[in-house]
Write a protein of this length. Structure first.
Lengths: 272, 272
């Protein structure tokens, strides 16, 4: 395994490769990332993991400076998972002065996460576009946990005619049901206990659907009830392309939850 | 030569090609375009010309609907120039609903042409990015006449890490000195006569520089004088990266002129 900081060096290594799997991350790797890497390892000859805490997707007042940076541990995770290259660029290696910028889609980019974190998706799309162009992988792996991010990336690939296969990977949960997130480490013991209402609310939603309920407003209300101890940003059920729906479309819907637990913002979802 | 309207068909044809030269156009081909095509023909095994009047780069009130569309003649120009593929997509083939958009660089994208045609470069960059990704050429050819466009495209290629060589091609002029433009056909005889002040003003500027003058304000004033019969949008001298300069840098500067002659807006420039 090699740690590479320069774009030109990475391109040299990958230039003749026709089977590259790419896992873009912001580091602080957990078993959710490991699931992405394992999948990439199984499906490609060469696996590249990028570690880059992208400044342009953090908003004013968010946790950019205190976002966990755990490179020694991350490198070990990558090494043990059979990663070939870690791409670890400086900000100056990928950003320039007076750049063009990407504006997320006016509708789908500014609802839900895009509404609560205005501008977040602009920066996310910008760095993903850069990284996909740098690495030019055949396959790129993204977690379903950031469901709206995943949908926007799939849309970008279509709109900009990028030649990459976007592979969605299922959410990994701790034994108590909480979806893995680099931000879980911010939670105190009691906050973590309260946060378990999130996966429980998703269970409630999915059980209602399994029992035949289709009305999104009925399901959402029952979930809001289960989350009432928390500071709720939104509970929503959308189609997989993030269009609003009044009735659940089985096999094409996502139940989404975003809450604040203390100072920590957590999101979770279930594809139904 | 083949005329192709679908992205998938074009990709099929080009998939195994490693020497593709690309000339994106809005049709209404003249000898300026022919110079781009001839250069592409000389430097690549396969030459693709796209013809697409891109709606997103026309502003409210501009000439999108009346922009000259001369496909039969364009096809003949391409055929006689040895073009392999004309890519002639519908709007729906390259644009989708609720798209992400490109915002041109805040500084360099909103001065000069970007100031007089606010938003123009957003749409231009968007379509060029799409087309470059569709065609994936080794070389793409752009005229120096749209100097700011050229600089912004070169900047985009760098910022987004696109793998294409951007080839700038010199301005082609009519015998009377007027730079070729698809919009010249809008000019009446008397307007065309008056428009000749544009190349004359550039001559005046370049002669001053050759005689040792370096002050951009002195040169600009002399040029403004020569253009006083016309409705001037701007006369400017910038560095090739479009930064402002007070003193001409030989080999790294551009003299730019934008004027309106009747209802027709004309731009011209000289690289010095």
């Amino acid at each position: 395994m090699e740690v590479i900081t320069r774009v030109a060096d990475l391109r040299n290594r990958l230039d003749k490769e026709s089977s590259v799997g790419f896992v873009p991350t912001m580091g602080a790797l957990h078993n959710g990332h490991k699931a992405l890497i394992d999948r990439a390892r199984a499906e490609n000859r060469v696996v590249v993991v990028s570690i880059f805490v992208n400044p342009t997707q953090f908003l004013e007042g968010e946790d950019f400076s205190k976002y966990p940076r755990t490179f020694d541990k991350d490198r070990e995770v990558c090494r043990l998972s059979g990663v070939d290259y870690i791409f670890l660029p400086d900000v100056d290696e990928v950003y320039f002065s007076d750049e063009l910028s990407i504006l997320a889609p006016k509708e789908r980019g500014f609802t839900l996460e895009g509404f609560h974190r205005i501008g977040h998706f602009n920066g996310m799309l910008q760095i993903v576009l850069k990284l996909l162009n740098i690495v030019q992988p055949q396959n790129a792996y993204f977690g379903k946990k950031d469901a709206q991010q995943l949908a926007l990336i799939q849309q970008m690939v279509k709109e900009l005619f990028l030649r990459v296969n976007i592979v969605p990977v299922d959410i990994i949960r701790d034994r108590d049901g909480l979806a893995l997130s680099s931000r879980n480490r911010y939670l105190s013991h009691s906050e973590r206990d309260r946060a378990l209402a999130i996966p429980k609310s998703l269970e409630i939603g999915s059980k209602l659907i399994m029992s035949g309920e289709r009305s999104t407003s009925v399901i959402i209300n029952r979930m809001l009830n289960a989350l009432q101890e928390l500071d709720i940003d939104y509970v929503e059920i959308v189609r997989r392309d993030f269009q609003n729906i009044e009735s659940v479309e089985i096999g094409n819907s996502i139940i989404l939850v975003a809450v604040r637990v203390g100072n920590t913002r957590l999101i979770d979802n279930m594809f139904v």
